[in-house]
Every structure is written in C-alpha cells, then in structure tokens.
Design a protein around this ligand. Structure first.
Ligand code: ARG
Ligand code: ASP
Length: 660
C-alpha cells in the first residue's frame, strides 16, 4: 500500500527534469548526450567541452561578469546583447557622439572604441575538488595554485547542490575589449520596457565587441598596438533559417535559480516578497513616470533608472502569475510530504524538512527586513553626488526626488515596525512629526547640506543594521532567502532527494557558472485558444512603428528598407510574405545572466542570440514548466541584416563563417 501510494504520488507530483528542463555542467554533459541526440544534436560531449582540444566552450565568454557573449570570428569578434553592452555604449557616448540614439559602426579596426573597465572571461577548465577539500586542502590554496597557472588567470570554487559537490573554475580574463558596432536603441531596445518580458517580440537586442590581446595572444592591458585575439574556436553561423521543432542549445552563464527550495520559501516569494517589492516599485515608477511626462529633459534623465527598476518589477509580476498558475507551492508541499513519508525511518533524513521549516520561520522576518531596507532607504542618495547637485536639471528634479524620499520613509516605517525599526528613524519621525516631514528634512540635507553629520550617522546606522541582519543569517553575502544553517540542511535534503527520487534528473542550481541547456524552437499556448507562434518578422516591427511613441519609433532607414523590400540576402518568404525574420522562441531553461548566450543548432552553429523570457515563464527560476516556459532569442539573420543593410557595416560579415 505504502509503495503504491508513493508511486502514484511520484508520478502525479514529482517534478522530474523532463522535457527541456535543466542547466547542465559542461564537463558532465556526457550524461545528457543521448537525450540531446534524440532531439537533434549531432555532435559529441567532447565537442561541447574538452580540455584536450578546441571545443565550443572556447567560443563562449562571461561578458563583464553579468552577461554572456560568444566569439563569431577568428579575429576575436564577440556578439552579445545591446542591453549587456549598454553601460559601455553609454560611457563611450557624448552629446556629439550619441551612440545609444544613433548607433555606431566602426568602419575599420582603427575606429573601434576601447571600452574601459570592460572584460571578458573564458573558462579554461573546471574540475571537481570535493575530495581535495575533504582531504584538507583549503579552497584558498587550490585557488592560489590555479591562478598562478597562467597570465590573466582567475579561479573560484563554487558549490553545487549546496556544497555536496565543489568545483574549481579556472578562467582567463581579457581586459582590452573594444566596441565594434551597435544598432541605435530604436532597434537594440525596440519596444523598451513596454515589450520587455513579452512575446511577440521585435527587439534587435545585440551589439558587437572585439577582444584584443598582446602579440603572443595572451591577456594584456589596453595598448594601441594590441592585436585581435585569436580564439581556439568561434561559432560558424547558420543562415539557412529555423523551423519550429529544430534542436536548440544554449551555452552561457545563468546567474541564480532555486529549483529545490521548499514550499514555505515559495510561499514567501509569491505572497510576501514579490508583492511588497512590486508595490513599492510601482509607486516609485509612478513618481518618475509623472516627471517624465511633464518634461522632455526629465524623460531622458529618468529613462535609465526607470528601466533598471522596471526590469525586475515586471519579472516579479510574471513570476507571481506563473507560480499561481502552476500551483508550485502546493505541488512542492505534496512532494515534501511524500519525501517525509519515505524518510520517516531514516535517521539521516527524518527531520530535515521539519528543521528547514523551522529555520525558515526564524529567518523570514530577518530577510524581509533586509529586503525592505534595500527597496526603501537603500535607494536614497545620502548625500546626492556633487555632480548631480550642480547639474542644472537638479532644480527641475527636486519635487520628484523629495517625493521619492517621502515614499521610502513611509514604506520603511510601515513595513519595518517595532524593535526592527532603526532607532534613528523612529526618533526622526517623532521629532519631525511624521515620516513625510522627516523625509523632507533629510532630503534637504542630502541635496543642500551634504556635510551634515546627521546624514552620515543615518547612513552608518543603516550599514550597521544590514551587518547585524546578515550575521543573524550567518552569511557573507545575502542573495536569496537563505542562511548558513539552511545551506547545511539543504545539502542533507538534496542527498535525501537524490536517494529517494530516482527518476528525477538533478542538476545544480544556476550560480553564474557555465552551463548547457537544450531544447527546441517552439511556440506555446499563451491562453485558452491563443497559440503564440515562435517566429516574428520585420512586418511586426512595421505594424508597431509609431513615431509618436518613443519605444516604437524606428529608424527611417528601416522604414525605407521595408518600403523598397531591399533586404539583400536576408529576405525570406514566411507564411506567404517576403520579409526578414526577427526573434524566435525556444524551450531552453535560462535565467538572468543568460543574456547574450549563443543559441546553437544541432551542428553547433549559431542560429540566435538569447536575451529574455516570456511573461509567465520567469517562475522557471523556482519551477520550470515545459508547457509555458520559453526563452526569447534574436534570430541571427536579423542581426546580420541590421549590420549589413541598416548599419552599412557588411564588411564585418567577411570575417564570420557563414553556412547555408
Ligand atoms: N528582461 C531582459 C533581462 O532581464 C532584458 C532587459 C533589458 N531591456 C529592457 N527593456 N529593460 O534582463
Ligand atoms: N534578460 C535576462 C538577462 O539579462 C535573461 C533572462 O532573465 O531570461 O540575463
């Protein structure tokens, strides 16, 4: 009876790595090759990752530490997203050379622009060091030895499965990276925040950089006579086009997922953390939005901040919808109960779930406090930097900035009460009579009297508070709802799960290390009776085009090309229309950090550039649903079309390896 019940529960509720779920470690990809080949992969594990010969990993880079990029020529040409290159492009821009607005195309190597501070990292190798550490070698010793192996080497040890396995990652970092080309924002950020996280999508979210090296091909600080880096491998480009069902593989650096967290943690995220953060950000975005509406100069000023606040804000909304739809917490709870029933007679695992729940009870208020701090007081400049205060625009910003201070103080006082509230804030509110009045006073100090000790004291009090809370969690860095004790418990829980749930293919949570995901080009049923096709085209861009709406105002050149149909070699017949493909959907599991990742076909050729996910799939960080989770990529043919026909930089195609 017990057995049968368990089996039924498992088949109904278990969350196995079915379909296209998963972000796999490249060095262990052999275990997935059979399934990948069944889906259309034509190469071997050695082609993906090898330390003996050139392999695909040699053409993938961590771009700046927060995105992914890929090599597309034997002269160090790197493709990544526009939103990944954004800061570098902005830093290189000026009023006279506004590359964000107008785009930029180097017409020769001499015109490429060094992007100061930008770096890329190649993975040299990865290896499991769990045993070495168990045998007494310290992580610091292992890292120091690996770093000494070569020029530009960096190393880190990362935990998989909450530390049940530890892996050494050795990287080689190149610091001379130059901007080669970028479309204008009206292509690279087409649709702006309106279309962000949304399908159908029409964003040409790409930019091009080049890695430079010393004459010996080794990493070197910027120097005018550095030469283009010669990679061990670069991706050939498949320009023959894609179809629904085609195999896709993504190779990149996903940032963070929490696949194995308990239902209690999901509940916190879905019912508390996300809604509270969404509400606070909605109010902030409203204030900025009103300012933007009122004054064109303010519209530009707040644009970047608005985008930074809106990106996670919109993601969280999709995440909540996705978790509700999937009933993730409910399903996880049933899964945990089934596990507990199995573990009842196993001393190693008997109490682990209960212990974790208890620890969650303890840390949720602490973590919530930290989240509230960072979403409220943590957003306030204490004081405003001199350059900002002296900016002529600062006068026009005052009412908005004052309102932002008031909002933050009110939200903080409301959400963080009693003992937890900073005494400085409690006293300030009492002294000035209300959060509004106190906020007003502080704003005036931050804007007009930046030397004031009171401001510095408040800032210090916030820092001390954060340190105290962090210590209560026992963590050096706080990221997700987590604590040192939870980490130990999860390590035990994961061992138990792996013993119990033998059908499930376990993959380690994303942690900014290199991963492989595979799947296929696929549309999905967005709503009852509403199927979303996996491919968009230039016709969709033209349909959205509207010179009166900032996000949808395309370059005249694109309108002209559409009118004349002079698409060159990039014109294609799709559903009876002569057009150019723009974006496509696939079933790969991706997350933040996967932006800029290569989307590859079964022969390891580039077919697209990953940059986003669809609205309700962002809960894939907690639970992946193959029926609805989709990643969004720019079709490589649109990238080449823009370089060639819009940018007039077709000469760059000569160094690429194009395949029909
Ligand atoms: N949502 C994508 C990712 O998380 C792209 C964001 C950039 N685009 C934008 N309109 N803000 O980062
Ligand atoms: N847009 C994300 C990034 O910048 C990717 C995602 O969350 O799907 O990495």
């Amino acid at each position: 009876m017990k057995r049968t019940l368990l089996l039924v529960l498992c088949t109904l509720l278990a969350l196995p790595a079915l379909a296209d779920e998963g972000m796999w470690l490249p060095s262990l990809i052999q275990s997935r090759i059979k399934e990948m080949r069944a889906k259309g992969f034509r190469l071997s594990a050695e082609d993906i990752y090898s330390i003996n010969k050139a392999s695909m990993k040699d053409a993938v880079v961590s771009f700046g530490g927060f995105c992914t990029g890929e090599l597309i020529s034997d002269r160090g040409l790197v493709l990544t997203n526009h939103h990944c290159g954004y800061n570098a492009i902005q830093a290189l821009s000026s009023v006279d050379h506004d590359y964000l607005t107008y785009g930029f195309w180097a017409m020769s190597p001499a015109e490429e622009l060094p992007a100061e501070g930008l770096f890329v990292r190649f993975l040299v190798r990865m290896e499991e060091v769990t045993d070495r550490i168990a045998a007494g070698e310290t992580p610091d010793e292992i890292i120091a030895r690996a770093t000494a192996e070569g020029k530009g080497y960096r190393a880190s040890i990362e935990q998989m499965y909450y530390g049940n396995q530890q892996f050494l990652f050795v990287y080689r970092q190149y610091d001379d990276v130059r901007l080669v080309g970028t479309p204008p924002s009206s292509i690279g950020k087409f649709g702006g925040d309106t279309d962000n996280w949304i399908w159908p999508r029409h964003t040409g979210d790409f930019s091009l950089f080049r890695i430079y090296a010393g004459a010996d091909n080794e990493p070197a600080a910027y120097a005018p006579d550095n030469v283009p880096y010669r990679p061990r491998h670069h991706f050939p480009i498949d320009v023959s086009g894609i179809e629904e069902g085609d195999f896709t593989m993504i190779y990149g650096f996903p940032g963070s997922t929490q696949q194995y967290i308990l239902a209690d943690a999901v509940d916190y995220i879905q019912k508390c953390s996300d809604p509270v953060k969404i509400a606070i950000r909605t109010a902030r975005l409203d204030l900025m939005g009103a300012a933007q509406q009122s004054d064109p100069a303010l519209r530009i000023f707040y644009a970047a901040r608005h985008a930074i606040i809106a990106n996670p804000w919109k993601k969280w909304q999709g995440e909540v919808l996705g978790l509700e739809r999937l009933r993730t917490a409910e399903r996880k709870r049933a899964y945990e109960q089934a596990f507990e029933a199995w573990a009842a007679d196993k001393p190693a695992y008997r109490t682990v779930v209960a212990d974790m729940k208890q620890e969650y009870q303890r840390i949720i208020p602490i973590f919530f406090n930290l989240e509230v701090l960072s979403e409220t007081l943590g957003t306030l400049p204490m004081p405003y930097p001199t350059a900002e205060r002296e900016d002529p625009l600062f006068e026009a910003r005052r009412p908005t900035e004052r309102a932002l201070w008031q909002l933050a103080l009110n939200e903080y006082a409301e959400l963080c009460r009693g003992e937890r509230q900073l005494s400085a804030v409690r006293e300030g509110i009492a002294r000035w009579g209300s959060p509004d009045a106190y906020a007003d006073h502080l704003f005036t100090l931050a804007a007009d009297d930046p030397q004031q000790a009171e401001l510095a004291e408040l800032k210090q009090a916030i820092r001390t508070d954060i340190d105290t809370l962090r210590n209560q969690l026992g963590l050096k860095v706080v990221r997700n709802l987590h604590s040192a004790r939870l980490n130990d418990l999860y390590a035990v829980y994961l061992r138990g799960l792996q013993e119990w749930d033998r059908e499930r293919a376990f993959f380690p949570d994303a942690n900014s290390t290199l991963r492989v995901a595979y799947g296929s080009v696929a549309g999905y049923e967005y709503a009852d009776g509403e199927y979303h096709k996996p491919l968009t085209t230039l016709d969709g861009i033209i349909a959205k085009d509207d010179p009166t709406i900032y996000d949808y105002d395309i370059p005249q050149r694109l309108r002209d090309l559409y009118a004349s149909k002079e698409y060159g070699r990039w014109g294609t017949w799709i559903d009876g229309r002569y057009t150019v493909p723009v974006c496509f959907l696939a079933t790969n599991q991706t997350t933040g950090g996967n932006s800029g990742s290569p989307v590859l076909n079964g022969r390891g050729e580039l077919i697209g550039l990953n940059f986003d996910r669809t609205w309700r799939s962002t809960m894939s960080d907690l639970e992946f649903d193959p029926t609805i989770c989709r990643n969004i990529a720019v079709d490589i043919r649109y990238v080449l079309f823009v370089i060639d026909r819009v940018g007039g930089a077709g000469y760059l195609l000569d160094e690429m390896t194009l395949r029909k």
